[in-house]
Design a protein around this ligand. Structure first.
Ligand code: DGL
Length: 266
């Protein structure tokens, strides 16, 4: 099994948001070699049709197959609701870890009984999200807030401009007005706004995301299959469907400097 365990893990997002998940994976599993595909040329997925997102996910999965990955992390809530089931069916050979807004832990943690969810329109409108609420949030009130425009600004490397601050403030105010004491970051781009967001909300409001939980789930699935790498990890490689220079320039802000950025042309 040594060779299979040394294979890389493929991580995918519509853009740079999945880097917030990649960071958690690299922290928990430093021996794993990681490949990251950012479909930056098609951002934002939050406003795209589920069928379009499924097609994109299939193309990336075929690419990961050629690269010989041993597991895939769909580091995108929007892609998970649209395509995780489809990918699990077509690429049943891999453990596949998807993302979902942290409704279960938020419902357990809230004291006010009101939980806010910041996510994309696509995630909030999905049947999968409705099922998540039915399952875990029957005893709490959940206030949802789609956040169009945030992803585009983050993709441009903006984590703190006056424009971004105004936009985020407008999305957070209704949650606070409704009495939320727990805010779920239901899109992998939003953890990059955590420093800004925590200055906008009272200290008593908890802000939660699922990056670390996803890394732990990946660890569990790899361990079950005897696929944990023993290292040393190879340098992380990146692909983007937009200009590689853009990702190269933004990586030091969101991850760390890397020249290993190539074009993803499918
Ligand atoms: N990062 C993605 C998510 O977790 C969405 C970003 C987008 O709209 O493309 O939902």
């Amino acid at each position: 099994m040594a060779d299979a365990a040394a294979a890389p893990v493929g991580v995918f997002d519509s853009g740079v948001g999945g880097l917030s998940v990649l960071a958690e994976i690299a922290r928990l599993l430093p021996d794993e070699s990681l490949l990251y595909v950012a479909d930056c040329g098609n951002i934002p997925y939050g406003e795209k049709s589920p069928e379009f997102i499924r097609q994109r996910c299939r193309s990336v999965a075929e690419f990961f197959q050629e690269q010989g990955v041993k597991a895939v992390v769909l580091a995108c809530n929007t892609a998970t609701v649209a395509a995780a089931a489809d990918l699990r069916e077509r690429f049943a050979q891999w453990p596949l870890v998807g993302m979902e807004p942290a409704v279960k832990p938020a419902a357990a943690a809230t004291r006010s009984g009101v939980v806010g969810v910041l996510a994309t329109t696509g995630t909030l409108q999905s049947a999968k999200f409705a099922a998540l609420l039915d399952r875990f949030a029957s005893d709490v009130r959940v206030v949802t807030q789609p956040c169009p425009g945030l992803v585009e600004l983050i993709e441009a490397g903006d984590l703190n401009s006056p424009v971004l601050q105004r936009l985020l403030q407008g999305y957070v105010e209704p949650l606070l007005a409704a009495g939320c004491d727990t805010i779920i970051l239901g899109c992998t781009h939003y953890p990059f706004l955590r420093p800004l967001l925590s200055r906008m909300v009272p200290a008593s409001v908890a802000i939660i995301d699922t990056g670390a939980a996803v890394a732990r789930q990946l660890q569990r699935l790899l361990a079950e299959r005897n696929l944990l790498a023993s290292g040393p990890a190879r340098p992380t490689q990146f692909w983007t469907s937009a200009d590689p220079d853009h990702l190269r320039n933004i990586l030091p802000l969101l991850w760390k400097k890397s020249d290993a950025v190539q074009s993803f042309t499918r």
